[in-house]
Write a protein that binds this ligand. Structure first.
Ligand code: DX5
Ligand code: ZN
Length: 215
């Protein structure tokens, strides 16, 4: 599977979002990753619907929305209305995952589920046939710029083996501490969608940083 890079704007300059999006697009990123936080599921707040709505016209790349929120069902319509292409929600919330997946798909978006570093990846196995993507968190969700947790590599390999065993072309996304050093490790384990925030947006030459992650 080809490696895709999803640029996390959490590390972008929010005073210049349009030019930051243009920079990511020109650098060869494949999608834009949005970390939506509610101060409840994770101990931090970020941004939400109005921001996505305003910047949708500035960028032609797919919008990959990562909902780190307790009640995704309440917000799927609003995010779908912004023109988002994909929504990932968390396994650890209370809502029925089947209902959340159905709701996302009913709006014509692709659906993903995410597991935090301490959640066993087997927890999402019963849902695999209904999902487009599984996001393996490679740091504790909530903040950019953290160090990659190496113990998550085994979860990626286990998930890729299970997807292959079932003949599923599942996207396996990783998020947190991904850059030049960690990309080969997660790709060898079976990840094909790499989220990166600080490594990409702090790079002087973002195109070179993107190429280094795909190599
Ligand atoms: C954590 C976020 C981060 C972020 C990635 O909740 O999901 O993982 O987008 O940021 P970096 O690449 O800086 O670790
Ligand atoms: Zn994320």
């Amino acid at each position: 599977m080809d490696t895709k890079i999803s640029a996390s704007i959490l590390s972008a300059d929010f005073g210049n979002l349009e030019s930051e999006l243009n920079r990511a697009e020109a650098a060869g990123c494949d999608m834009i990753h949005f970390d939506v936080m509610d101060g409840h599921f994770v101990p931090n707040l970020s941004y939400g619907v109005p921001v996505l709505k305003s910047i949708r016209r500035c960028c032609s790349l797919p919008f990959d929305v990562h909902l780190m929120i307790t009640d995704p069902l309440d917000f799927i319509d609003a995010f779908a209305d912004t023109g988002a292409d994909h929504i990932t929600f968390h396994q650890e919330i209370k809502a029925d995952p089947n209902e959340v997946i159905r709701k996302i798909r009913s709006r014509g978006l692709t659906a993903g589920i995410s597991v935090k570093p301490k959640t066993p990846v087997e927890a999402v196995f019963p849902l695999l046939d209904k999902l487009d993507m599984v996001l393996i968190m490679t740091v504790e969700p909530g903040f950019g710029g953290q160090g990659f947790i190496p113990e998550t590599l085994d979860k990626i390999s286990l998930l890729r083996s299970e997807a292959n065993r079932r003949g599923l072309g599942l996207d396996i996304e990783v998020d947190g501490g991904i850059g030049f050093n960690t990309s080969p490790k997660v790709r060898n384990a079976g990840a094909n969608v790499l989220v990166s925030g600080s490594y990409l947006f702090k790079a002087d030459d973002m195109a070179a940083a993107v190429a280094s992650m795909k190599r």
